[in-house]
Design a protein around this ligand. Structure first.
Ligand code: ZN
Length: 405
């Protein structure tokens, strides 16, 4: 085999020559050796070296059709005159401490865009761990330290990642759509390394979207004092829906009339729906109306939900402020406890709600990322390796190496 074919077909270059080909049990073994004149000290590059011994190694190379190919090479240990030390020479066509060529590794990465780890392992007749190892090293190099310098608008949210109440806190760059941080657990502790990295990067964050949970308010004020903090609209409505469910449960408990109870039963999902998504074929509107007529507080709370959504449809910030104040006032006058509590929460977070009119951002894009994470989790059974899972999350915004487990 010519030197040029060794290079073109198997990615082997840098002073090697072909020795022979053997066929062993359906596999191809290519023996090569390094030319004497290309031996160098791996430390100083000196060419004045003496060969002491050889270590015989086999590297998995690109297959020929379905036949596995092994590259056999005696690797020289040489004594360098300058360093006065005996060392093994470098093998440029393979990474250190692995038993496959760089060409093989590139091939695995290319196929990773289309195949699962298991598919790849079966197809290439290698172990699952080997494929995973190649992906992990690639992702590690690419995503170990995402560049934060140019990040301007971010969203932060908690993501459920597994049994036993395991959570991750994920930060998304809203302009690039890329995950830039995955913290262990939830709460402010999980974000600590992120703030540190952010400070180191000198990024000028202009806006942050989070839910209204307690810790974020203080943390953003402390670590991003110049950023506008926007409370995510979807979380606000989700919280309201929870309150609405609580109220329905309360009302249900207090009802004594069996017929009334029956009317209210099964209306929880109807209450959570927005009025325009009620299904006319299933008479959802009628069923909801029947239930609401039974109970004035429930009726008011449902009506107020439809109203609250309009907060994000105001023509400008000034109108939005008036609208919000009006809503809060109505809720306080309603005399309905859950509504009053919610009004107090909104009043406390007024500026973060209004901030949406300066930066109309939300954690919505993180929901999409979350959905991908859940998919990733289901597809893969090797994610006991937390670090690998974390790297896969970083890679989610790329179409390649992203979704295929
Ligand atoms: Zn040397």
């Amino acid at each position: 085999m010519s030197t040029s074919l060794l290079y073109q077909a198997f990615g082997i270059r840098g002073g090697y020559e072909f020795v022979r080909t053997e066929f062993v049990e359906g596999e191809v073994v290519l023996s090569i050796r390094q030319k004497r004149e290309s031996l160098r000290c791996s430390h100083c590059g000196n060419r004045h070296v003496h060969v002491k011994t050889h270590e015989h190694r086999a590297f998995r190379g690109l297959s020929i059709g379905s036949r596995r190919v092994w590259i056999h090479l005696p690797i020289a240990r040489v004594a360098c005159q300058k360093c006065q030390v005996v060392r093994q020479v470098r093998v440029p066509f393979a990474q250190e401490r692995v038993s496959y060529t760089r060409a093989f590794e590139r091939y695995v990465l290319e196929l990773s865009a289309y195949m699962t780890i298991q598919d790849l392992a079966t197809h290439l007749q290698v172990g699952w761990d080997l494929v995973k190892g190649i992906q992990k090293r690639y992702l590690g190099k690419k995503f170990a330290r995402p560049k934060l310098q140019n990040v301007r608008r971010i969203a932060i949210d908690e993501v459920y990642i597994g049994r036993g109440r395991r959570f991750a806190t994920v930060v998304l760059d809203l302009d690039q759509g890329a995950v830039i941080f995955v913290g262990n657990g939830r709460g402010m502790e999980a974000l600590r390394p992120f703030w540190r990295r952010l400070r180191g990067s000198r990024a000028k964050i202009r806006a942050v979207a989070t839910d209204m949970a307690g810790g974020y308010l203080a943390a953003v004020r402390e670590f991003l004092p110049d950023a506008v903090h926007v409370f995510d609209r979807f979380h606000v409505m989700k919280l309201y829906n929870q309150k609405l469910s609580d109220l329905r449960r309360e009302v249900y408990r207090e009802l004594t009339d069996v017929l009334h109870k029956q009317v209210l039963k099964g209306t929880r999902w109807l209450l959570l729906k927005n009025s325009e998504s009620l299904d006319p074929k299933k008479r959802e509107r009628e069923r909801l109306d029947e239930a609401l007529e039974l109970n004035a507080p429930l009726y008011v709370a449902y009506y107020m939900k439809d109203q609250l959504r309009m907060f994000w449809c105001q023509p400008n910030k000034r109108a939005a402020r008036q609208f919000l104040n009006g809503w809060i006032r109505l809720a306080m006058f309603s005399g309905i406890r859950v509504l009053m509590d919610f009004a107090k929460t909104l009043a406390k977070h007024r500026s973060g709600l209004l901030a949406w009119y300066d930066h109309p951002i939300s954690t919505g894009p993180l929901e999409a990322t979350n959905a991908k994470i859940q998919l990733l989790k289901r597809q893969a059974y090797g994610y006991r390796d937390q670090e690998f899972f974390r790297l896969k999350i970083y890679a989610l915004h790329l179409s390649r190496y992203a979704l295929v487990g």
